[in-house]
Ligand binder design. Structure first.
Ligand code: HEC
Length: 100
């Protein structure tokens, strides 16, 4: 009985699971990738306030944030897959930008 209840919960999560919030695993992945490769410039050189100070300025959409993350990765020879770029975009967007 318990098992059936559990199964229907899981099924419901799949069927109705349009995530409004970023998936926690994706956030964690993005945070780690950012710490490994991006923080060298963006946290040390600019510190945490860098992103906060940029919110609402140049980048107006989540797509443009994604493009900027991709550009920074390419410019500085950081060899990421699209999923990595997406995870870091999710991380920065959830933590700072909050763009649509
Ligand atoms: C070698 C230094 C360097 C590295 C490494 C770097 N960036 Fe950047 N990034 C910059 C500079 C310089 C700018 C543009 C300067 C500015 O807008 O103040 C910038 C701009 C940005 C912006 C746009 C800020 C805004 O709102 O206008 C984002 C987002 C960003 N970088 C994310 C990343 C991510 C994610 C990574 C890791 C893949 C990364 N950067 C790696 C130097 C770097």
């Amino acid at each position: 009985m318990k098992r059936i209840a559990m199964m229907s919960l899981i099924t419901a999560a799949f069927v109705f699971g349009t995530p409004v919030q970023a998936a926690p695993e994706m956030m964690a992945k993005g945070e780690k990738l950012h710490a490994d490769k991006c923080a060298a410039c963006h946290m040390a050189a600019h510190d945490d306030k860098f992103y906060t100070s940029r919110v609402g300025k140049k980048l107006k959409t989540k797509a443009s944030l994604n493009t900027q993350v991709q550009n920074c990765a390419s410019n500085f020879n950081i060899d990421w897959f699209d999923e990595d770029v997406a995870a870091v975009t999710e991380y920065l967007n959830t933590k700072y930008y909050k763009l649509k």
